[in-house]
Every structure is written in C-alpha cells, then in structure tokens.
Design a protein around this ligand. Structure first.
Ligand SMILES: [Fe+2]
Ligand SMILES: [Fe+2]
Length: 136
C-alpha cells in the first residue's frame, strides 16, 4: 500500500491538472519510500525534494494562469494557499540542505495538505473552469 494512494476522488477532469496532481502524488510516495528506507540516502532525498518544490511551484503557476485567464473569483484566496505552501516547502528544502532530516511528520503534513488542497480547494474551481470551456 502506497503512503498516499492515488484516488479517483482526485480527478478533476482537466487533463493537464490531473497529470500534474498525479505526478505530485507519485513523488510524495517516492519521498516517503526514501526517508523510510533502512539506509536513507540524503542525496536521493534532496533530489526528490528539490524536484517536488520546483514542480509544485510550476503547477501553482499553471493554475493561477487559468484563474487569471478566466477571472476566477476565488483567485486571491486560492493563491494565498499556494503561497503559504510554497514558503513552507522552501523552508523544508532549506532545512534539509542545512542537515535536518525530513521527518515522517513533515511527510504526513505534505500528504494531508495535498489531499485537502486537491479535494477542497482545487475541486472548487472545476465547475467554474469547465463552464468557461477550459477542457485541458
Ligand atoms: Fe492543484
Ligand atoms: Fe491549487
């Protein structure tokens, strides 16, 4: 059983978004596997973490560009959640670079944040974007 199993509940029906969310879930699982390995490899952890931070940042930009293009009314609040998370993720990366281990608690937080964000916050834009003909 994966740390964060992919679920049909995560599917928005917007192909590009779903592909990116799936990637984020996959990499969260990879990160979990790496930190719970009997001999964790800090370089591998760093590589996954760095990839996750960068990809997340780019994913947020993709969503925010869609919001801007269609004048999504919840843009501000949604972007504020993205910004808070980006800041936190960058802090985790910095701490890891400074020699701190990525803890299971951090991973749990990451998983719960991602779940909440996709299921509640991202899902909230789906009917709006679909009504504005945004199929991908
Ligand atoms: Fe998202
Ligand atoms: Fe989002």
């Amino acid at each position: 059983m994966a740390f964060m199993p992919w679920s049909d509940r995560f599917i928005t029906g917007l192909a590009q978004i779903d592909e990116q969310h799936h990637w984020l879930v996959d990499q969260t699982n990879r990160l979990y596997d790496e930190i719970t390995h009997e001999s964790p490899d800090p370089a591998a952890i760093h590589q996954i973490l760095e990839g996750l931070v960068e990809y997340t940042f780019n994913h947020f930009i993709v969503e925010e560009e869609l919001f801007a293009r269609h004048a999504y009314p919840e843009n501000e609040a949604h972007k504020a959640e993205h910004d808070r998370f980006t800041k936190l993720a960058a802090e985790v990366l910095l701490k890891h670079e400074g020699g701190d281990n990525v803890s299971r608690e951090i991973l749990e937080f990451l998983k719960e944040w991602l779940k909440h964000h996709i299921l509640e916050v991202d899902m909230a834009y789906v009917p709006f974007l679909k009504a504005h003909d945004e199929a991908s």
